[in-house]
Design a protein around this ligand. Structure first.
Ligand code: ADP
Ligand code: MG
Length: 397
């Protein structure tokens, strides 16, 4: 009977709360490159940033501009460290608390998505991007004896999910849990991470496979989406679990009961394909097909974000692989940060404007954050057995 009441108390208590968390959006401006410095020397940048006001002005002509507000406005002088801290760190911390989290970069090719997310910083550690810094924070937080970190690295190209850790694995299926809406990729390689060095090797391997795959398919990395998935599994015991061996009063311990749990946070780091329209100009065999297909994933993402921003009843998540994979990131239970990257060149004003509008709409998306945790049954039954033995011993006395 005691056993049953403990289990009931514990199940009632574990009705986890959810709370609202809007998608946070930062805009980051890339500095002018040499070519832009030279060719556009007589022209002003197409944007003007006011980081203290978190505002960005997009020039319409010489005397007029539109003003937009973002959660963060990162100028061409913002360091990689600062970008990590304002955009990604809060998401990483949530993942360590057992939430799902997503950091995604969106923008035209050449505006700094890969620089922001994927830079390894081999030559200069201050250049390390979000992937490397996130893993450093995760490794520093976990307890190796009870917790684990594992990683999958994927590329979506023309509606096919390829495993960047195992090139033979080039058509991975998405599996959705109909109850929780959680997505998983059981076919993807899952590499256990023990230290930063093994993670760096994995990133390098993934990059090499991505390069080889894209060469074989005769395409560029800017035309595929790269997704790094980090699974963090933490066991929460001890101080947080009040059900201790020392507790003399078993009934008291029922009331204060905090069951041992396993928390699993999933971090998605997403380097999207270039957002520019791909024109039909290419003469290569599959270029038109490719263009349609890439636009399919990105335009499906745009449609989902519009639908969510407008609180529309129908969100077309099922229209593409990318949106199915990101269903928890937009309109789901994850904490999500989006970074939209733009270039300064007045020649790309139209693309810059469309990137800014994408970011503005994403700011309206509300997620319902929820901790992902399960009872740690093994540890629970061990604890209950000890408690029961004690009670029996007391009764016999
Ligand atoms: P994308 O992935 O969006 O196509 P990249 O990250 O490859 O763009 O950036 C294009 C070029 O611009 C690279 O040479 C990169 O090093 C440089 N770059 C991008 N962002 C910055 C930045 N904030 N500061 C300095 N260089 C940058
Ligand atoms: Mg890139």
């Amino acid at each position: 009977q005691l056993y049953a009441s403990i289990v009931t108390a514990l199940i009632l208590e574990r009705d986890l709360e959810t709370f609202s968390g809007r998608v946070r959006v930062a805009v980051r401006l890339r500095p002018r490159n040499d070519e832009e410095l030279e060719a556009d020397a007589d022209f002003a940048d197409c944007v003007e940033l006011q980081p203290e006001l978190k505002r960005l002005k997009l020039r319409k002509n010489n005397w007029d501009s539109d003003t937009y507000e973002f959660d963060e406005v990162l100028t061409e002088f913002a360091s990689q460290k600062r970008v990590y801290e304002v955009v990604a760190k809060p998401v990483v911390e949530s993942v360590l608390d057992g939430y799902n989290g997503t950091v995604m970069a969106y923008g035209q090719t050449g505006t700094g998505k890969t620089h922001t997310l994927g830079r390894l910083g081999d030559e200069d550690t201050s250049a390390r991007g979000i992937m490397v810094r996130a893993m450093e924070d995760i490794i520093a937080d976990i307890t190796p004896e009870t917790d684990s970190i594992s990683v999958s690295y994927l590329q979506i190209y023309m509606e096919t999910i390829q495993d960047l850790l195992n090139p033979a694995n080039n058509n991975i299926a998405i599996v959705e849990d109909p109850k929780t809406g959680d997505v998983s990729l059981p076919g993807a390689s899952l590499a256990e991470i023990r230290d930063q060095q093994s993670f760096m090797e994995l990133l390098r391997l993934g990059e090499a496979h991505r390069f080889a795959a894209n060469t074989k398919m005769n395409t560029e990395s800017s035309r595929s989406h790269a997704i790094l998935m980090v699974h963090v599994k933490k066991s929460v015991l001890g101080a947080e679990a009040a059900f201790s061996y020392e507790n003399d009063n078993p009934y008291q311990s029922v009331n204060n009961f905090k069951p041992p749990v396993i928390r699993t946070g999933k971090l998605f780091l997403v380097d999207l394909a270039g957002s520019e329209r791909i024109h039909k100009s290419g003469s290569e065999g599959h270029t038109l097909e490719e263009a349609k297909s890439i636009n399919l994933s990105l335009s499906a993402l745009g449609k989902c974000i519009n639908a969510l921003a407008e609180n529309s009843a129908h969100v077309p998540v099922r229209d593409s692989k990318l949106t199915r994979l990101l269903r928890d990131s937009f309109g789901g239970t994850a904490r999500t940060s989006l970074i939209v990257t733009i270039g300064p060149s007045p020649r790309h004003r139209a693309e810059t404007a469309s990137t800014i509008l994408f970011g503005q709409r994403a700011m309206k998306v509300e997620n319902m954050l929820k901790i992902k945790e399960e009872f740690d049954y093994k540890s629970l039954s061990r604890r209950l057995d000890i408690q029961l033995d004690k009670l029996i011993a007391e009764n016999e006395r």
